[in-house]
Ligand binder design. Structure first.
Ligand code: COA
Length: 464
C-alpha cells in the first residue's frame, strides 16, 4: 500500500538574531558563522511562544491549506526534544489549542503521543504512523506528525551559534500527493552515548560538539550501509558494477544542526561509498594526497579526535575532496538546495531535517526542475544516539503542494533582535505578557500556573 507525505507546513517565529551582530557581540569572526557553519540568521521565540505553540501553528496551517477538519485527522503525534512536562504529552496541548479554533471535543477521536529521541524522533514518528496507515487502521483519515523545537544552548557556549526555533507539520496518508515512502528499506543504527543530552530540569543541553559531529557521521553511515543492504535485497535499487547506492538517490536531505553540517555529512558518506569503486583512483589523483588513516583505525571517537595529526590531515583531505568536480556535481545536484532555509532560520532540532526537505522542494521547484519520480533520501540523526535512513519518491501531483511554497513570504516581516533583547529572552527575563511582537492569527502562550494545585498549567489563546 502506498503511504507517504501528502503535504507539509512550516511555522517559524518572526524574531531573529543576525549572525554578524552575534559574532561581534561574542568576539567571534563573523566568517566562522557565515562561511564555516553556514549561518546567517537564527530564529528566536518571542516571550509568548513555546514549542507547543509552534507545533499548533504549523498544524493549523497545514489543515487550513488543505481544508481539513478534525474528522480528517486520525492521529496527531508531536516529536520534540523541548518537552514541557515530564508526564503530559505535547500533543495534548496542541489539541487543546486546535480545539479553540475547531470546537471543544472536535479532536476527541484523535490518538497520539509525544515522541522523544533528540533530533531523530520525528523520523520514528513518521515511520510508526506510516505503519498505522499500512496496517489499515486509519479508515481513510490522515496522520498529522509535527516536529517542533526550540534549539537553545548556554550563553557563551560553542553551541550558542547553532540555535533556532520552528515547527514542521506533515500530513501522512495512503494517497500522498508529495512523496511516497519506499517500502521495507527504512534502516536504523543505535548506541547508548552522551554526545548531547539534557538532564531533567535543565533547560539547555550538555554538549560535546566535536564528538557529536563525528558520532552523527558514523551513525548515519551505519544506517546507510543497512539501507543499501535492504534496497538491494528488495530490488528497489540495483547498483551495477562500479556504482553505489548514492548514484540512485537524486536528492539527499541530512539532519542540519547548522547548514554546513549537510556538506560535511555528504562528504563523509560519499567518501565512504566511492572508496570501494574504481572512480576512487581518479579522485585520489585530483585530491593530490592519500586518504589519511588514524594512528589507531579501530580506536574510539575520543582517540580519533585526540589524534591531531590525523584530524589535521583529514580536514585537509576533506577540503581538497570537496573541491573535486565529482564531489561538486553531487553537492550541487543532490544537497545544495536543502541547505538554503537552514541558513535563514537556524537549528530546529527535530524539524531541521524536514526544513531541509521543504527547502529542496521549494528551491528546486523555483529553478524549474521537474521533481516527479525523483528519489529523496533522508539521513536523520538524534544524539544519545540513533540514526535513521529512509527514502521516498516524488509523486506526479507534487506541484499542488509545492507551487505556493515561499519561505520568505511565510517568514513575513521579521524583527531583528538587538543582542540585549536576545539575551533577555534567552534568560527568560520576559513573561508571556511582554512579547516583542503583536501576534496575529496564531496561537500564543498566555500564562503558566504557579499555584501549588496548578503549577505548570499552560494557557493558550488564538490571537485574532
Ligand atoms: N572563517 C571561516 N571559517 C571558519 C573560521 C573563520 N574565521 N573559523 C572557523 N571556521 C570553520 C572551521 O574550519 C570549521 O569548519 P569545518 O567543520 O569545515 O572544519 C567550522 O568553521 C566550525 O569551526 P569549529 O572550530 O569546529 O567550531 P567549534 O569548535 O566552535 O564547534 C560546533 C562547532 C558545531 C561543534 C559547535 O557549535 C557545537 O557544539 N554545536 C552544538 C552541537 C551540534 O551541533 N552537534 C552536531 C551533531 S547533532
Amino acid at each position: 500500500m502506498a503511504v507517504g507525505i501528502d503535504d507539509l507546513s512550516l511555522y517559524v517565529p518572526r524574531l531573529y538574531v543576525d549572525a554578524e551582530d552575534f559574532a561581534n557581540a561574542r568576539g567571534i569572526d563573523a566568517a566562522k558563522l557565515q562561511r564555516g557553519l553556514g549561518i546567517e540568521q537564527m530564529a528566536i521565540v518571542d516571550a509568548n511562544q513555546d514549542p507547543a505553540c509552534l507545533a499548533a501553528n504549523a498544524c493549523l496551517q497545514v489543515m487550513q491549506k488543505n481544508k481539513l477538519s478534525p474528522e480528517d485527522i486520525g492521529r496527531l503525534y508531536v516529536a520534540t526534544e523541548s518537552a514541557l512536562d515530564e508526564s503530559k504529552a505535547m500533543n495534548s496541548y496542541v489539541i487543546g489549542m486546535l480545539e479553540q479554533v475547531y470546537g471543544s471535543g472536535s479532536f476527541q477521536h484523535c490518538g497520539g503521543i509525544e515522541c522523544k529521541f533528540a533530533c531523530v524522533s520525528g523520523s520514528y514518528a513518521l515511520y510508526d504512523n506510516s505503519n498505522w496507515i499500512r496496517a489499515g487502521e486509519s479508515e481513510g483519515k490522515h496522520a498529522l506528525v509535527v516536529v517542533s523545537d526550540i534549539a537553545k544552548y548556554d550563553l557563551g557556549s560553542s553551541g550558542e551559534v547553532t540555535q533556532g526555533a520552528g515547527a514542521v507539520a506533515m500530513l501522512l496518508n495512503d494517497s500522498p500527493r508529495l512523496l511516497e515512502f519506499d517500502p521495507k528499506v527504512t534502516s536504523t543504527s543505535i548506541k547508548n552515548e552522551y554526545d548531547f543530552y539534557r538532564p531533567f530540569g535543565k533547560e539547555t543541553p550538555i554538549v560535546h560538539g566535536q564528538y557529536s559531529n563525528m558520532l552523527y557521521l558514523i551513525q548515519v553511515k551505519n544506517a546507510l550501509v543497512d539501507y543499501e543492504r535492504k534496497a538491494v535485497a528488495t530490488n528497489l535499487i540495483k547498483p551495477k558494477d562500479g556504482e553505489t547506492i548514492l548514484d540512485y538517490i537524486d536528492y539527499i536531505n541530512m539532519h542540519l544542526p547548522y547548514s554546513n553540517m549537510g556538506k560535511k555529512a555528504l562528504a563523509y558518506l560519499v567518501r565512504h561509498e566511492w572508496r570501494k569503486t574504481p572512480r576512487w583512483t581518479k579522485i585520489i589523483q585530483s585530491v593530490g594526497m592519500d586518504e589519511p588513516v588514524p594512528k589507531d583505525p579501530r580506536g574510539t571517537i575520543e582517540s580519533v579526535l585526540a589524534d591531531t595529526e590525523f584530524m589535521q590531515k583529514d580536514a585537509e583531505f576533506t577540503k581538497r575532496f570537496a573541491k573535486t568536480e565529482e564531489y561538486q556535481d553531487v553537492y550541487e545536484s543532490k544537497v545544495a538546495s536543502s541547505l538554503l532555509a537552514s541558513r535563514m532560520i537556524g537549528n530546529l532540532y527535530t524539524a531541521s531535517l524536514y526544513l531541509g526537505f521543504r527547502s529542496t522542494l521549494e528551491f528546486e521547484f523555483q529553478k524549474g526542475v521537474d521533481l516527479e519520480g525523483k528519489r529523496f533520501g533522508f539521513a536523520s540523526y538524534g544524539s544519545g544516539s540513533s540514526a535513521m535512513v529512509f527514502s521516498g519518491v516524488i509523486m506526479p501531483e507534487y506541484k499542488e503542494a509545492v507551487k505556493d511554497m515561499n519561505i520568505e513570504v511565510e517568514l513575513g516581516q521579521r524583527k531583528k533582535l538587538s543582542l540585549d533583547e536576545y539575551e533577555q529572552i534567552h534568560e527568560n527575563k520576559l513573561t508571556p505578557d511582554q512579547p516583542l511582537l503583536n501576534a496575529q492569527k496564531e496561537f500564543i502562550l498566555v500564562d503558566i500556573g504557579t499555584k501549588p494545585e496548578s503549577r505548570g498549567e499552560r494557557r493558550y489563546r488564538f490571537a485574532e
